[in-house]
Design a protein around this ligand. Sequence first.
Ligand SMILES: [Fe+2]
Ligand SMILES: [Fe+2]
Length: 375
Amino acid sequence: MFELVWTWISRLWRRPRRWRRAVDPRDRYGRRHSGQSEATVPISKREGSVHTLDFDDKITSGQNFELRPWNHKYVVPSLNCDLLREYLARSLRVEIGRVNDAADRAFIQRLIDLTRVPDLELPPFPTASLEVDKLLSKPDPPMAQIVRVVEQDPAFVQRVWARAKTAHYSQPPETLRLAIARLGFDELWKVGMSLCLNEGVFRVRGFQDEVEEVRQHGIIAADVVSWVSGHARGPYYMAGLLHDVGKLVVFRMASVRHAKNRPTVETVEQIIKKYHPAVGVIVAEAWQLGEVVKIGAGFHHNPLAARSEQRRTAAMVQVADIAAHAVIPNRGAREHVGRKDLVEKFGAELNVPEALARARGALGRFDANKERGAA
Ligand SMILES: [Fe+2]
Ligand SMILES: [Fe+2]
């Protein structure tokens, strides 16, 4: 009897403390990356016990990371960027204490200094892309104005031309207007929006291959989210395109002029893995891309950590993330593993073979565009 009473008393005692841990960033940050699943899922802790679902545990069950790069649960503690900046500063200071290498410490310090600045010192989102977005949202988009806007941006023009010269046509287009007409407005919009990931924005000495991989992954994921959401263009596409954009910012901070000052791969990988969702949300805020993009960046590794009304969006981006990783060639059994995970997590409501086919199609288009200099 005494034991029963004691159990109840200790349960009642523990409950408010667990709740405090979930909402108080100071308590949470120290243990957030300890590998405990509870520590990475603070917000919905207030909403119930979703984190105790079996399926939630399954995705962290010691799988080979090389085969499952999507398989970790790092998310953001909040979509509020003031809180996120505070969270990053605290957590990254802890990371500095964990590394021995001077170059590693300097790299993390650069990231701390950068994330204090609201705009992350990023160039503005390409103006021509935003103007084209605005014009295309009109019921009857004005072609003459669209052509004038595209003409202002040489990178935009170059990609439109390169894409319009496809094998479907025997002759290249004679004018920019014809090139745009060949592409169609949906494709034109996508070309415009993906300009924000171009080398002009993310030129990163020493990490070009990694950056290229993130761009390719984002473009494939964007097409899959587009299909899952049923919107050819708009915030869902952007959420897929930019869900890992935080990685590019971290690569920028890891990039140095002299190789001897370069941080270790292990540290860069660890920092990217843990913090790219948080940095991604800050990028989305800096570029004023809206809530859907922030949800995608912040929660694509664990939609259950998002608020209930945000989970659907986060889950669509997670589907795209897994599918886009799965179809990258030369990675052994990844597609098989990706299919298995998608079926396990979303099989009841998702046409998994179709999602993978979309991702494979997007990869094929990306490779073909790259050959023509239009990716
Ligand atoms: Fe990610
Ligand atoms: Fe991803």
